[in-house]
Design a protein around this ligand. Structure first.
Ligand SMILES: Cc1ncc(COP(=O)(O)O)c(C=O)c1O
Ligand SMILES: N[C@@H](CCSC[C@H](N)C(=O)O)C(=O)O
Length: 439
């Protein structure tokens, strides 16, 4: 039985105490896909009709439900807490239907089950390492042909599209190079090449608060709920959404069949996290903008779509409402980058992003280590790249912490005007000299 069928039969039977109470909870209303209020309000506004007027949606921590032919029988197939979350997300994601699973990767696993051997998938040359790993597995074991191209260039994408293209998988901005892709143009190119091709957008970098790929021509949007939606790094989750009822049913099938639907407790945690998405994101991206400007003004090559220097700045702002809170920068030397990461104190060395805490990482060693070094080189992923995921801390503290890390790592030279990034050659020479000089 579907975990989010549109008509919820009213439970008219008396409960054990003889009350004729409404089902609990009733869904958060998607209002036929149209939000009644602005997004910040919709994030916190739920129309729960709990039998005891609980303000927070109850956790239905039950594997089974008694009876026969009812809305719920078994939590793998559907659970009221999960349903409430799915309906709330459908509203927020401007979607007919949303489905929630155990991780962002579980979303891509469910979505790629729509493929058949021989199908072609067109995707980017900068892609989250785990997505790359799953696609590689499917091309090695599942007979799927995967074409990695520069998705920032519609001509490169058009050159590999054909009637064999079953799926186009896009990230925008990409992880970790923050490349922006033209979602409407690529969607129409894909649908022109094959009207049945599905355009899938991984929206993890921005969340529905900042970008709605379904409104830009995508067929399915998904994201790692582990990131901004939850915001506290206390839950793993994945959410996907579509406006096609048929696709919604096709996605539900493997969730029920394999059992990757989000657990009741994790659904509740995600619902709680979603309520603060707007305030967290506003603060995080304001902090990120200040840090991006700071690094750029001191001579670092910074990749962040909030900066005017971003090569697809105008494109980004034509399809998104904000720049998010992830940025990356280069130092010219992997040794210096390693030292910066080690010297930071407030910025925790950690994978992931979207959390209230600020994080620092070297993607080639961490989130993208599953992409082999030769492929990383081929795809121009700089080994020295540092990714910063900005949290909600005081921005002055973050800037101080970053500055002391840059100075202690020897990533900057002192000039009469303050500090300035070493250029790439200076960085490499300095790091090599220091390594040679080490006793
Ligand atoms: C862009 C992107 N998509 C998908 C995922 C997968 O999400 P999860 O870790 O929740 O499986 C991640 C990170 O893990 C990611 O960075
Ligand atoms: N060891 C994990 C690494 C997870 S990376 C998480 C996140 N997407 C990020 O970009 O930091 C793995 O192998 O998947």
């Amino acid at each position: 039985m579907s975990s989010s069928s549109t008509s919820v039969p009213a439970n008219k039977r008396l409960d054990v105490d003889g009350h004729n109470l409404p089902p609990s909870p009733t869904p958060s209303s998607p209002s036929n896909g149209k939000n009644k209020y602005s997004l910040a309000t919709e994030l916190v506004y739920t129309e729960s009709n709990d039998q005891y007027n609980a303000s927070s949606v109850p956790i239905y921590q039950s594997a089974t439900f008694k009876g026969e032919g009812n809305e719920y029988d078994y939590t793998r197939s559907g659970n009221p807490t999960r349903t409430h979350l799915e309906r709330h997300l459908a509203k927020i994601m401007n979607a007919h239907r949303a489905l929630v699973v155990s991780s962002g990767m579980a979303c891509l696993d469910v979505i790629t089950r729509l493929l058949h051997p021989g199908d072609e998938v067109v995707t980017g040359d900068d892609l989250y390492g785990g997505s790359n790993r799953l696609l590689k597995y499917l091309s090695t074991h599942g007979g799927i042909i995967v074409r990695h191209v520069d998705t920032t260039n519609p001509d490169s994408v058009a050159a590999v599209l054909s009637e064999k293209t079953a799926m186009v998988l896009l990230e925008s901005p990409t992880n970790p190079l923050m490349k922006v892709v033209d979602i409407p143009t690529l969607s129409s190119l894909a649908h022109k090449a094959n009207p049945k091709a599905l355009v899938i957008v991984d929206n993890t970098m921005l969340s529905p608060y900042l970008q709605n790929p379904l409104d830009l021509g995508a067929d399915i949007v998904y994201e790692s709920g582990t990131k901004y939606l939850s915001g506290h790094h206390d839950v793993m989750a994945g959410v996907m959404a579509t406006n096609s009822p048929e696709l919604g049913d096709k996605l539900y099938f493997p969730i029920n069949a394999s059992g990757c639907g989000l657990s009741p407790f994790d659904s509740w945690l995600l619902l709680r996290g979603i309520k603060t998405l707007a305030v967290r994101m506003e603060k995080q991206q304001a902090n990120a903008m200040a840090i991006a400007r700071y690094l750029e003004s001191h001579g670092f090559k910074v990749r962040y779509p909030g900066l005017k220097s971003h090569p697809q700045y105008d494109l980004h702002w034509s399809q998104a409402r904000g720049a998010g809170a992830v940025l990356s920068f280069e130092t010219g030397s992997t040794t210096i980058s390693e030292r910066i990461v080690a010297a930071a104190k407030i910025f925790a060395i950690s994978v992931s992003f979207g959390c209230v805490n600020s994080l620092i990482s070297m993607p080639c060693r961490m989130s993208h280590a599953s992409i082999d070094p030769a492929t990383r080189k081929e795809r121009a992923l700089p080994e020295d790249i540092i990714r910063l995921c900005i949290g909600i801390e005081d921005v002055g503290d973050l800037l101080d912490d970053l500055q002391q890390a840059l100075v202690r790592a020897g990533a900057v030279k002192i000039t009469p005007d303050g500090i300035e990034a070493l250029d790439a050659a200076e960085g490499e020479t300095k790091a090599t000299r220091e390594l040679t000089d080490e006793p």
